[in-house]
Design a protein around this ligand. Sequence first.
Ligand code: FAD
Length: 462
Amino acid sequence: SPAIVWFRRGLRLSDQAALAEAASRGPVIPAYILDDETPKHRKMGAASRWWLHHSLVSLDASLRDKGSRLILRRGVSADILAEIADSTGASQIHALRHYEPWWRNAERDLKTRLPDGVGLCLHDGNYLMPPGSVTTGSGTPYKIYTPFWKALREHMPPGEPVRTPQTIDAPDQWPESDTLDDWELTPSNPDWAVGFADHWTPGEEGARRNVDAFIDRATSYDDRRNLPSEAGTSRLSPHLHFGEVSPTYVWHRVSGRGRDVTIFQKELAWRDYAQNVIRQFPDYGRTGYRDQFDAFPWRDFRSSAVRDDFDRWCEGRTGYPIVDAGMRELWATGWMHNRVRMIAASFLVKHLLIDWREGERWFWDTLVDADYGSNATNWQWTAGTGVDSNMFVRIMAPLSQSEKFGAGDYIRRWVPELADLDDPYVHDPEAHGCKPKDYPAKIIGHRAARERALDAYREVKN
Ligand code: FAD
């Protein structure tokens, strides 16, 4: 009897333990279920859906090369898998483990629904180490990143990748499948993702190409990773999020090339760390870890003035060139440079005094790498509400960050109104008296914003 492989975010054939195990035992039914119900308000955001569409096209093509195909269904995962198992007489369901709370609930639910004798076999493989397995001496999970990284590093390098199946046997009969186009995952009318394809090739092959292209750049990673004007980082985040390449493979490919590569591996470990955090605190995307902030005087999001400020942030019209460039890069490409993510997030939370959860939601909808664990962990880190040390009072000055990290070309690229301004004017045209008419004035002065934020913080300090 066939086994079902339940694809969620491990959309690849290589180093895919669930697929490898199923294929070694007999016929396989690879299935992807578009499940907007199980995650409830956490259903996949719009930019991620664009990515998913193209990634599924790629996965189906790779499966067909091996004599198989991808079955597409829409609805509650547990219901549909139980039904496919029943109708095909499947003996087992294989899947990679996921740590978002809704997926863990779905796994539990599924186990109770499956026909007698059908098992759900969960495999590791989307992280360097299985989340929860790196613990302190007394066996408790780490909350803070640095000791987590030190402990994780002791287990490295991770195990060898699992072998890619040469062929994948088809079942005697395929279950019904939807057609991908009917899911309407890509936008139309207007097609706001029209530029995404210039920047990305979703799918396993695109992921491999990105890894290959990064290998040489990896040796100068530490020097260049904070410079938004340069392509110093790997741009692997959406590929890693959708599991088009395994982090183990990436780790092995870059290993042994010097100090900068270790810094890169240390960043890769942040991704693992974020999963460890949501495994311990499943509600982390919504609930701050420090209850000190429960009474924080965020500006009232129901007020239209605050909504207007939020809209200006989303649209990249704050009058702070580095913030605006970042927000426009996000809109145009579904991705933003990490340094600029930090600046833009800090600006929303501290300069505009808007609750970090609003920013988290915007990123959730607009990032192609939107990841529940990584997004929540980074937003809570920025806001000072998270498990790491409280960083609220470290208020980033966007204009000096922009100069320090040489963001001139980056701004000229993403903010066309400022394309004709040279350094140093481009970082703060208003202060230099050369702000073009069609570029907005600053939404709030830096000093005033800083004082307002620190005053607000004083209310909850103790
Ligand atoms: P590289 O510098 O090449 O790093 C390699 C990989 O390491 C990345 O692809 C990513 O998987 C991982 N990584 C690096 N930095 C981090 C980090 N701080 N946290 C977690 N993983 C990291 N990353 C996401 O993948 N999804 C998100 O939803 C997300 N939201 C963020 C929100 C905010 C407010 C901030 C400040 C950061 C967020 N990040 C998120 C982290 C980081 O910005 C991106 O992972 C990084 O910019 C991706 O670019 P890259 O692949 O070129 O990274």
